[in-house]
Design a protein around this ligand. Structure first.
Ligand SMILES: Cc1cc2nc3c(=O)[nH]c(=O)nc-3n(C[C@H](O)[C@H](O)[C@H](O)COP(=O)(O)OP(=O)(O)OC[C@H]3O[C@@H](n4cnc5c(N)ncnc54)[C@H](O)[C@@H]3O)c2cc1C
Length: 497
C-alpha cells in the first residue's frame, strides 16, 4: 500500500486511486467521484495531472483522451467568501436564469457496457437513483433476483447524488413520520449491513421559525410528532442558541428541535445497495438509456433501450424528475414537475455545528458534513418548472445573505463549489406509488420532491414486500397516480429547500 498523497486537500493516496482503477473507474471524472480527489481547497489543481498519469499507467486499456478530460469545473471559479457573495445584490422579482438542460451525459466509453442488455427479466427498474437501487436490493431480500436496473448515466447522476443528505422524522403527516422513522433505523445499520461507510451522524434538526404562522406550524408539527414517538420539542430562541451558540437567532421567535434527526453522505448508499444487489444476481446497467416500450393488451411487454430490448413481466418507473418524460413513452401522463434546486459546499472547518439548521420561513438549510464542510441550500420561489441544471450567482447571493444573517462567523469562510439537482414535485408534495391505471404492470415510484433520499430505505422495503407477496399495503393504495383524477390529495407541507 502506497501512502503517498496524490490529493493533499482530501488525503487521497495513490493506493486509493489504484483501487478505484481496479474497480473499473478508468476516467478522471469517475475516479473523482469514487475517491473524492480534487474536491478540496485547490479543486484539483495540485492532483489532476498525477491522477491522469496513474490512469495511463494502471488502466487495463490505454485511456482515451475523453477519459483523461479534466472533470467538470464547478463554480465559483475560485474559492470565494460567503461575505463577498452576501454583499452582492440581486433582483428579487426576476426569475433565476442560467442553467443547462438536465440531460444526463452518457459519459466516457469505459463505463458504458459494450454488449447488449439481457433479453428477458422478470422485473425491470428504470432509474439507478436511491429509489431504484434500494428497491432492487430489497427485492433480493424477498427472493426476487431476476431484476435489471437501467440507469442512463452513472449511479449518482440524478437527485440522489446531488442532495443535502438531511434525514429527519419531523414531518407533517403520520405516514411520512413513520416512513422516516423506519428509514433512520435502516440508515443507522446500513454501514454494517452493506459493508460501506455512509458517514451517518445523528446531530438533530433545528427548525427556526420567524413568523407567527410558522411558529404555529412547528407547534402543530411537534404535537403530531410526539403522538408518533418523535421527541420534537418547541424551544425558545435562547434555548436554540444553547444548541448552536454561533447562531444570531435574528428574527427567530421559536424553534423545533429533534436531537434524533441526522445527516448522511448520499453516494455510498447508491454504491452499497448496487453492490449488494449485484452480488445476489441483479444486473445494474449504467450508461443505458430507456427509449420506449412495447405494449400489448394493456401491458408493457418489453422495455426498449439503446442497448437492446428486455422482455419483462413488471416495470418500475423510478426515474425521479425524469419519470414524466419516460411515462410519456408509454402513453401515461404524470403530473410531476421538475424544479431546479441549487446547493453549495464550503471549505472544511473544525466540527462546530451539531444539527442541520433550517429557517422554515425562507427555506434556508445548512449542516456540517463529517468532512467539515458547510453544505446548504435555499429554494428560490422564482424558479419555474423545467428540467434545468446549472448554477447561478443569484443563488450564492441569496443563500450567503441568509446564512451570514444567522451565522456571521461564516463571512470569511470560502465557498468551494456549487451544483444543483431537480426536485421531483407533485401537486400535493407526496410521492406517486403503486399501479398505473390501464397499464397495471407499470409500477410508479417517483414524486419524492426534496425528501426522497430519507424516504427510500423504508419505501423500498415496503414496496419490495408488496410486489413479491401481493399482500395489500395502504401506501400503494393511497399514494396512487389515480388519486389526482379522483381528487384525493395527500398534502405534505413540511417542505424545505
Ligand atoms: C439540491 C437537493 C437537495 C436535496 N436534499 C435532500 C435531503 O436533504 N434529504 C432527502 O431525503 N432528499 C433530498 N433531496 C431529494 C432527493 O435527492 C430525491 O428525492 C431523491 O434522490 C430521488 O431519488 P430517485 O431515485 O427518485 O431519483 P434520482 O436520484 O433523480 O434518480 C433517477 C435516475 O433516473 C435516471 N434516468 C433518467 N432518464 C433515464 C432514462 N431515459 N433511462 C434510464 N435512466 C434514466 C437518471 O439518470 C437518474 O439517475 C434533495 C434534492 C436536491 C436536488
Amino acid at each position: 500500500m502506497s501512502k503517498s498523497l496524490l490529493c493533499p486537500c482530501e488525503d487521497v493516496t495513490s493506493s486509493e486511486v489504484e483501487h478505484a482503477i481496479s474497480k473499473g473507474f478508468c476516467d478522471i471524472e469517475s475516479v473523482k467521484r469514487f475517491t473524492g480527489f480534487g474536491t478540496g481547497m485547490c479543486q484539483g489543481k495540485q492532483c489532476l495531472n498525477a491522477v491522469a498519469r496513474l490512469l495511463e499507467e494502471k488502466s487495463p486499456k490505454k485511456p482515451t483522451p475523453a477519459q483523461l478530460m479534466p472533470f467538470t469545473p464547478r463554480p465559483p471559479l475560485f474559492p470565494t467568501e460567503y461575505g463577498y457573495w452576501a454583499s452582492a445584490s440581486f433582483d428579487p422579482e426576476r426569475a433565476p436564469s442560467g442553467g443547462v438542460p438536465a440531460g444526463i451525459e452518457l459519459g466516457p466509453d469505459s463505463l458504458r457496457p459494450a454488449g447488449p442488455v439481457k433479453s428477458k427479466a422478470k422485473i425491470v427498474i428504470i432509474g439507478g437513483g436511491i429509489m431504484g437501487l434500494a428497491l432492487a436490493w430489497n427485492l433480493t431480500e424477498q427472493g426476487e433476483t431476476d431484476v435489471v436496473v437501467i440507469e442512463k448515466g452513472y449511479l449518482c447522476a440524478g437527485a440522489s447524488g446531488r442532495n443535502g443528505g438531511g434525514i429527519r422524522a419531523q414531518w407533517g403527516t403520520p405516514t411520512l413520520i413513520s416512513l422516516a422513522q423506519r428509514s433512520i433505523e435502516l440508515m443507522k445499520r446500513f454501514a454494517r449491513d452493506m459493508s460501506i461507510n455512509v458517514w451517518f451522524r445523528q446531530g438533530g434538526y433545528l427548525f427556526l421559525a420567524k413568523s407567527d404562522e410558522v411558529v404555529k406550524k412547528i407547534e402543530r408539527g411537534a404535537a403530531l410528532h410526539n403522538q408518533h414517538g418523535v421527541p420534537t420539542q418547541i424551544i425558545t430562541a435562547d434555548a436554540a442558541r444553547e444548541i448552536v451558540p454561533q447562531l444570531t437567532m435574528k428574527g427567530v421567535r421559536a424553534a423545533a428541535w429533534n436531537p434524533k434527526d441526522a445527516v448522511i453522505f448520499p453516494w455510498p448508499f447508491m454504491w452499497g445497495y448496487a453492490q449488494q444487489a449485484q452480488k445476489r444476481g441483479v444486473q445494474v446497467e449504467t450508461f443505458t438509456d430507456v427509449k420506449g416500450f412495447e405494449l400489448s393488451s394493456g401491458k408493457i411487454t418489453k422495455v426498449i433501450t439503446d442497448r437492446g430490448e428486455i422482455a419483462c413481466e413488471t416495470v418500475v418507473l423510478a426515474a425521479g424528475a425524469w419519470s414524466p418524460e419516460i411515462a410519456k413513452l408509454a402513453g401515461v401522463h404524470l403530473p410531476n414537475e421538475p424544479h431546479r434546486h441549487e446547493i453549495c459546499s464550503s471549505e472544511p472547518l473544525k466540527p462546530f455545528l451539531g444539527p442541520l439548521v433550517s429557517v422554515l420561513d425562507s427555506g434556508l438549510y445548512f449542516s456540517q458534513s463529517m468532512r467539515g464542510e458547510i453544505v446548504g441550500g435555499m429554494g428560490d420561489p422564482r424558479e419555474g418548472a423545467a428540467l434545468n441544471l446549472g448554477s447561478t450567482s443569484r443563488f450564492l447571493t441569496r443563500y450567503s445573505q441568509a446564512l451570514t444573517e444567522q451565522l456571521p462567523q461564516t463571512g470569511r469562510v470560502k465557498i468551494l463549489r456549487q451544483w444543483s439537482g431537480p426536485y421531483d414535485v407533485t401537486p400535493d408534495n407526496s410521492p406517486i406509488l403503486g399501479k398505473t391505471p390501464k397499464l397495471e404492470n407499470l409500477l410508479q415510484m417517483s414524486g419524492f420532491v426534496g425528501h426522497g433520499f430519507m424516504m427510500a430505505p423504508a419505501v423500498a422495503e415496503r414496496m419490495a414486500k408488496w410486489m413479491a407477496t401481493g399482500e395489500s399495503d395502504e401506501l400503494f393504495e393511497r399514494f396512487t397516480l389515480s388519486r389526482f383524477a379522483e381528487g384525493r390529495m395527500e398534502r405534505e407541507d413540511m417542505i424545505i429547500g
